[in-house]
Design a protein around this ligand. Structure first.
Ligand code: FAD
Ligand code: DHB
Length: 391
């Protein structure tokens, strides 16, 4: 099988890249190791930056997002019994869109199927080869046991943090930067109305909590937890009780609880691989970098990476290699700023006993400063709504 771009991974970055390339007249196939239902069952991100919304529109998959997504003009920061509103729109002129990663993925999958584009789900033993030549290829075994080889001009490694693409790069050619945090997030999804029409990021004596949502009838809540915790060991009742303890009393009093429909723990990590291009192989999204979820940058970074990559590959087929040559540097400039922001917001909002009493006082001072300084709020808001893509 021969194509222009072989995309490994059918998460948001692989599917969006496929859609953008299709719009630009570049041919691609997508190779995914899981089933479509498995991919759709992973509850992850929920907040889209304007640049991500624009890229989904450009890919022609924005219709349901605009109809069902919830535009948010601001969010709340809570600490102790204080609550402070961050007026994203007033401070930046921009807003964000609450629309789940599962819905983005579903829209992209449907558009791909409707356009008759080829996706190989449940591909076993995926491997990537010869990306130091002009004829790279991807090999795998189809669900019926048939070996398949996809020959391409380029391979796009959109296969997430544990994927095969980054792992196939020779050790000496890549540098990894990593920070692992000594806690995780326990998240639940429940069909109950959100406690507030805005997201609430809460710092408390018991640790961090986040009140988010997927719709006006579906809530997503998180609490900072120990890495030794197991999601199964947390009953719904224990979760709701812990969440209430971490919210200001007036918020906790309004919380509607109900049975969870999903419950899972995610560890927190900051990670960047440099560079993001190795000959004819490009890394995009979680394959190249991870941010801790505080600030909702993961999915948005994946989208802007593939925005750059789609443009670069399109330019290549129009005769210019300038885009593919600058892909890695251009992405990394934006990635590192999102890494800095996610690290800062994580460090500000979580309970960090390892930083001692001094560290706790610094956090309190910074939160107090944030609520009193418009300059500090603007810096937070500017990063939260997302920094612009380079032209
Ligand atoms: P992924 O979504 O990981 O997709 C990669 C795809 O590649 C997967 O479908 C995988 O099955 C496939 N794959 C892997 N290996 C292979 C292989 N060898 N061959 C073929 N296919 C392969 N971000 C936020 O902004 N907010 C959040 O609340 C949030 N919560 C998260 C919770 C968890 C548990 C995780 C893991 C991430 C979370 N993120 C969150 C981050 C966000 O979901 C990711 O940044 C986003 O999914 C990145 O998309 P991606 O397509 O690059 O990678
Ligand atoms: C969600 C996750 C985040 O990390 C965040 O900052 C905001 C919202 C969510 O899953 O809804």
């Amino acid at each position: 099988l021969r194509t222009q771009v072989a995309i490994v991974g059918a998460g948001p970055s692989g599917l969006l890249l496929g859609a953008l390339l299709h719009k630009a007249g570049v041919e691609a196939v997508v190779i995914e190791q899981r089933s479509a239902d498995y991919v759709l069952g992973r509850i992850r991100a929920g907040v889209l930056e304007q640049v991500t919304v624009d890229l989904l529109d450009e890919a022609g998959v924005g219709e349901r997002m605009h109809a069902e997504g919830l535009p948010h003009d601001g969010f709340e920061i809570a600490f102790g019994d204080r609550i402070h509103h961050i007026d994203l729109h007033g401070l930046t002129g921009k807003r964000v869109m609450v629309y789940g990663q599962t819905e983005v993925t579903r829209d992209l999958m449907q558009a791909r199927a409707a356009a008759g584009l080829q996706t190989f789900y449940e591909s076993q033993g995926v491997s990537v080869h010869d990306f130091d030549t002009h004829r790279p290829c991807v090999r795998f075994t189809a669900p019926d046991g048939q070996p398949v080889e996809v020959q391409a001009d380029f391979i796009a490694g959109c296969d997430g943090f544990h994927g095969v693409c980054r792992a196939s790069v020779p050790e000496g050619a890549i540098t990894n930067f990593e920070k692992v945090y000594p806690f995780g997030w326990l998240g639940i999804l429940a069909d109950v109305p959100p406690v507030s029409h805005e997201l609430i990021y809460a710092s408390s004596e018991q640790g961090f909590a986040l009140c988010s949502m997927r719709s006006k009838t579906r809530s997503r809540y998180y609490v900072q937890c120990s890495l030794a915790d197991h999601a199964d060991a947390w009953s719904d009742e224990a979760f709701w009780a812990e969440l209430r303890r971490r919210l200001p009393a007036q918020v906790a009093a309004n919380l509607t609880t109900g049975p969870s429909i999903e419950k899972s723990i995610a560890p927190l990590r900051s990670f960047v691989a440099e560079p993001l291009r190795f000959g004819r192989l490009f890394l995009a999204g979680d394959a190249g970098h991870i941010v801790p979820p505080t600030g909702a940058k993961g999915l948005n970074l994946a989208a802007t990476d593939v925005g750059y990559l789609a443009r670069s590959l399109t330019e290549f087929y129009r005769g210019s290699e300038a885009g593919i040559d600058s892909y890695s540097e251009r992405c990394l400039r934006r990635i590192w700023k999102a890494e800095r922001f996610s690290w800062w917001f994580t460090t500000l909002m979580h309970k960090l006993p390892e930083n001692g009493a001094f560290g706790a006082r610094i956090q309190q001072a910074e939160l107090d400063y944030l609520t009193r300084s418009e300059a500090a709020q603007r810096a937070l808001a500017e990063n939260y709504v997302g920094l612009p893509m380079e032209a």
